[in-house]
Design a protein around this ligand. Structure first.
Ligand SMILES: Cc1cc2nc3c(=O)[nH]c(=O)nc-3n(C[C@H](O)[C@H](O)[C@H](O)COP(=O)(O)O)c2cc1C
Length: 290
């Protein structure tokens, strides 16, 4: 009789791919427990960023991305997953319990799992072709299918409002010594398995790009370009503990779909992180007319 759950090696392989998920400042704020027939995902609050992420939103988004990566990896190994979200009301850190059933991986799933290994956050300016509307629609559909609204930010006044929200966030971050100390602890090292390494960050040339500590990556192109990266906004109708991992799952799906077509990607969250509400209100204004 066929097994009803993956063997330990398959679970290990899927977890090795799950932990390639993007996470805020590369904090990897998750813990995994493996049972006989189930796998469990927990939020690791010891890795929260009190300054950049005072209300745990980025932490839960990061865990949602890992949740989605795990599901994609399990699918590609022939295991469909049933996800029980917040299975234990007495333990809010317990984000998900996964059960498995055998399935046949499709070519699409195999391509998605390949994208997990290729995806990297790339903070450099974009230099190449614009994405066609058909491919953009595919990326947006990948995010929407994971239960969060995914919309393209058009040029013109909406983009200008978004840029202003990020500029305001950057001003507040610059003026906050506690935020700067936390950033210095989590970025700018040369060899590190966690945190954002110096070699992955550029001196920000765009108001949307977060300023990391000690950037050493050089821009591929030095002159000004007309080509601007496309902007997608992943948002949920509420901001509760259930919605935040959902936003992370959708973000993961968007990033993998974009990676599959050869596009570079960079999550941008600074304007949603502030202690003061000004940039977040500005962000809400951007969402409203979409
Ligand atoms: C919730 C979340 C917020 C993030 N915010 C930013 C950001 O504002 N700016 C940025 O350059 N990268 C951001 N990142 C990308 C992380 O820094 C990146 O995922 C991490 O350093 C690991 O690197 P990798 O994505 O190349 O694997 C964010 C990622 C997540 C999941």
């Amino acid at each position: 009789m066929a097994s009803r759950h993956p063997d330990v090696d398959s679970v290990r392989a899927a977890l090795a791919l799950a932990v390639c998920a993007p996470s805020v400042h590369n904090t990897q704020p998750w813990q995994w427990r493996v049972g006989d027939t189930t796998v469990h995902l927990y939020a690791d609050d010891s890795r929260r960023l009190p300054q950049a992420d005072p209300d745990r939103r980025d932490l839960l988004i990061s865990c949602g991305a890992a949740l989605h990566h795990f599901r994609v990896a399990a699918w590609s190994f022939g295991w469909d997953t049933v996800v029980h979200r917040f299975p234990n009301p007495a333990e809010p850190r317990h984000l998900a319990a996964f059960e498995f059933s055998a399935s046949t991986p499709t070519a699409d799933m195999v391509a998605a799992v390949r994208a997990i290994s290729c995806r990297r956050t790339d903070r450099r300016r974009v230099t190449a072709w614009e994405i066609s509307q058909a491919l953009l629609a595919e990326i947006i559909e990948a995010g929407t299918a994971e239960g969060a609204l995914t919309s393209e930010i058009p040029g013109g006044p909406t983009r200008i409002r978004l840029v202003r929200a990020f500029q305001e966030a950057a001003r507040q971050h610059d003026a906050d010594p506690a935020y700067q100390a936390e950033l210095a602890a989590w970025s700018g090292r040369h060899a590190a398995v966690e945190g954002v390494p110096a070699r992955n960050t550029v001196a920000a040339s765009d108001p949307l790009t977060r300023e990391f500590h000690n950037p050493t990556l050089t821009e591929a192109v030095l002159h000004d370009l007309d080509v601007r990266g496309g902007l997608l906004l992943v948002h949920t109708s509420s901001d509760d503990p259930l919605s935040r991992p959902r936003a992370g799952e959708a973000t993961s799906a968007v990033l993998l779909a974009a990676t599959k077509i050869g596009s570079t990607t960079c999550p941008l969250t600074a304007s949603a992180e502030q202690v003061t509400m000004t940039p977040r209100r500005a962000l809400a204004d951007v969402v409203r007319p979409l």
